[in-house]
Write a protein that binds this ligand. Structure first.
Ligand SMILES: Cc1ncc(COP(=O)(O)O)c(C=O)c1O
Length: 469
């Protein structure tokens, strides 16, 4: 840790006090939520909302583009964007208009709507795969795609990389134990089976380990992000993704590329930008502009496999599909996203903004005399507390410093910048205020100076309040 722990703790406590005293309305909500005899568990509709380093959750009054207003009237620049769900900005006008139109025609019917053909064609144009299915979440898409992979290949296991996250998908919730074996993540609740029995986990960027695992012949599918984004950000080393593709082809193993986060890379995600050729492709979160929606696409060969398997099975529950998936509401949003959001001009603005944020972080970090690095994948960037960019999750974990992260996150929030509670990720939406990078640079420089004891302690410039805006 580059900072004195006692000083760090004192700064965290001071920033937590500042946060709390500026938010009486949110504090009252939180008190009600936790004191009630029932209601939302933890006072929030989804328990992940308690992961922020704030003393109680920020209650959102309104979010549009990359601006967010909290219940107490503070205006914030949002660099978290719903942890990617709102990567193209909150409530993009094209999505809002499509939803309003579709609301006059029916929201869910369990039947196709007239947008279907245009959406399927648009997905193929953008991501390259010929066949598509829709789900509500990326977790669902991954779960269903892995089921299909096992059914087609007749093989029981999958391969994942240490540090991966692919959603609430039991068989992917594993990690490498210190002895090199695969184990269930210790934080997992109530699994119906031991995920380590269904999965082999190897280090990212380690082709030898991949080859050895695939040589067993019992791996149906390798599922991976093109760069790990859920364990800090670990990019692939040159040749790794090509080697992975070659090894999976040679062993008859399917390759599933999960672009739920790396959709930030550019139009078509990393797959289109780098010319990957996966058998199965998944994208969720932001793919329909913030409406709950994910897609999984697959090759002609995978389709032929699914057709063959289905022909051998009786009708009935397949374990794949949910009632609301592919609804007219989702189709309308996805069509608008294909037409107006996942297009080069929007990505150009996001990537220009992210490059400016990257420069701002680098300047603040260098000014504080720290040797941290920054990784950027298109519109998404991550600060790493080490001079070199890790090649594996184990190396990345060794850089983690949660108390420092939390103090920085709280400090930024008190200076008007909302960042994700998970590691040091920042996202640039298309309408990022051109003043935001400078705001970030100044805020981060102030916090780092404070942490290192180089600053004279002074209150941050107050976040603009809605009443005086
Ligand atoms: C790469 C990746 N895949 C899948 C998911 C699951 O997405 P969801 O929570 O929307 O199901 C996530 C969530 O963070 C993710 O990062």
């Amino acid at each position: 840790m580059p900072f004195d722990p006692a000083r760090l703790a004192a700064i965290h406590a001071r920033e937590a006090d500042r946060y709390a005293s500026a938010r009486p309305l949110s504090a009252a909500r939180a008190r009600q939520g936790t004191a009630a005899a029932g209601g939302f568990f933890g006072g929030v509709p989804q328990h992940w909302m308690l992961d922020w380093p704030t003393p109680f959750p920020l209650v959102v009054a309104q979010a549009a583009g990359t601006r967010l207003v909290d219940l107490d009237g503070h205006h914030l620049t949002d660099l978290c964007l719903g942890d990617t769900g709102a990567m193209f900005g909150h409530a993009p006008p094209a999505i809002a208009a499509a939803l309003t139109r579709q609301a006059q025609r029916g929201l869910t019917t369990m039947l196709p709507s007239q947008d279907g053909e245009a959406v399927a064609e648009g997905l193929t144009r953008l991501f390259g795969l010929p066949w598509w299915q829709m789900t509500l979440t990326a977790s669902d898409a991954n779960r269903f795609a892995l089921r299909a992979a096992r059914a087609i290949t007749g093989r029981p296991r999958i391969l994942v990389f240490d540090g991966c996250y692919h959603g609430a998908v039991d068989e992917t919730a594993v990690e490498l134990a210190p002895d090199g074996s695969t184990r269930a993540k210790p934080s997992l609740w109530g699994s119906a089976f031991d995920p380590a029995a269904a999965t082999v986990c190897v280090p990212f960027n380690d082709l030898d380990a991949v080859e050895a695992a695939l040589a067993t012949g019992d791996i149906a599918c390798v599922i991976t992000e093109p760069a790990l984004t859920n364990c800090g950000m670990v990019p692939p080393v040159p040749g790794f993704l090509d080697g992975l593709r070659a090894a999976t082809r040679r062993t008859g193993t399917l390759l599933l590329i999960d672009e739920t986060h790396t959709l930030s890379t550019g139009p078509g995600g990393w797959t289109a930008q780098a010319g990957l050729d996966p058998d199965i492709f998944v994208a969720g979160k932001a793919v329909a502009g913030g409406v709950p929606c994910a897609v999984w696409g697959f090759s002609h060969a995978v389709k032929a496999g699914i057709d063959r398997v289905r022909a051998t099975l009786p009708g009935g529950h397949s374990g794949v599909g949910t009632t609301l998936s592919g609804s007219p509401l989702q189709l309308a949003a996805l069509r608008a996203s294909l037409d107006y959001l996942m297009v080069p001009s929007v990505y150009d603005r996001m990537i220009t903004g992210a490059a400016a944020l990257e420069q701002a972080v680098r300047t603040a970090v260098a000014g504080a005399g720290l040797d941290w690095s920054v990784v950027r994948i298109g519109a998404r960037l991550e600060t790493v507390f080490s001079p070199t960019v890790p090649r594996t999750a184990a190396q990345m974990r060794a850089t983690f410093d949660h108390p420092v992260e939390a103090a920085i996150h709280l400090g930024l929030l008190n200076r008007g910048l909302l960042v994700t509670p998970f590691h040091n990720m920042l996202l640039a939406g298309p309408d990022l205020d051109p003043a935001a990078p400078r705001q970030l640079q100044d805020a981060l420089a102030g916090i780092l100076a404070d942490l290192s004891g180089a600053a004279t302690t002074r209150a941050p410039t107050p976040v603009p309040h809605v009443h005086d805006a």
